[in-house]
Design a protein around this ligand. Sequence first.
Ligand SMILES: C[S@@+](CC[C@H](N)C(=O)[O-])C[C@H]1O[C@@H](n2cnc3c(N)ncnc32)[C@H](O)[C@@H]1O
Length: 284
Amino acid sequence: MTGDATAQTIRQLLGAEPLRAPVARAMIDALGLPPGSAGLDVGCGIGLQATVLAEAVGPAGRVTGLDIDPGLVAVASARAEAGGAAGAAGGDAAGAAGAVTFRTGDMGALPFADGTFDWAWSLDCAGYPAGDLAGPLAEMARVVRPGGTVAIAGWTSQSLLPGHEALEARLEGTCSAYAPHLAAWPAADHFDRAPDRFREAGLRDVETRAFAGEVRAPLPAGVREALASLVGMLWVEPDGGSPDMVALREVLAGVPGGAPPLLDDPAYHASFACTLTRGTVPGA
Ligand SMILES: C[S@@+](CC[C@H](N)C(=O)[O-])C[C@H]1O[C@@H](n2cnc3c(N)ncnc32)[C@H](O)[C@@H]1O
C-alpha cells in the first residue's frame, strides 16, 4: 500500500471504531476462546481486535496479529506498546491480557508451521471485500491445530439512511463490500455463503451467526463522526461522480434553509450487521 492508502485505512478504521467495536467484542465473546490459548488475527489492521482477543485469552494467552501492510503493522505494534505501558501505569489492565505481537505477512501464504495456533480469526479481511475466501480459509485451517477454531467475520448489511430508501438501496447495492460481486463474482462466492466454503475446506461443526449493532439519536460526537465516515467508506462512486453523491451529501450535511442533517434528526436510528462463521479443524 502507498503511504496515502495506509493513512486512509487508519483514518477509516479509527473513524468507524465507535460503531464496530461493540459488535467485534460481542463476536469475540461468543467465540469463548480458551484462557491461555494462542491465536492468530488475520488482516489485523491497526490491531483494534487483537487487543480484545488478548483480553479474551487472559494473561497466559498470546495473540499474533498479521497484516500485509507494514505501515499498519507498525501502527498496531505502537498502539499495543502504548496500551501496555498505560495499563502497567494503571495497575491491573496490563496483567489481564495476553501477549500481543504483530508481523507482516500474506493471508494467502501464512508464514507459520501447521498447527501453530489454537484458533485463527479474521474480521473484514479474509474473503472480504469480494475476494477469494477458500485460499485464506485453507491457510487459516492449516495453521490451527486439530480441534482448534477458525472464525471469519465480515460486515454484511446496514440501514444507515432511514427515510432515504433510494440512497439506502444505492449504498446497499454498490457497497464497497460487495460491489465486485455484482460485476463478476458467482453468487456462491459471496461472503454470506462462507459456511459452504468452511464445509468444503473440511471444517466440522460449522456455525454462522449475525451480530447486530445499532445507534439512535441523540448521537454522541464520536458516533456521529463514525457514521459519516462509515457511509463514506462503504459508498462506491463511479469516476466523474453521480447525482446520487450530491443527494447523499445533502442528506448528510443538510441543505441551507432546508432539511437539517439526517444525523441530527431527533428520531435518527441506524442498524447494521456482521456475520461470523466458525468451524472446528478436524483430526482431534
Ligand atoms: C478493512 S481492514 C480490517 C482490519 C481489521 N481486521 C479491523 O477490522 O479493524 C482489512 C485489512 O486486511 C488487510 N489485508 C488485505 N489483504 C491482505 C492479505 N492478503 N493478507 C493479510 N492482510 C491483508 C489490509 O491491509 C487491512 O488491514
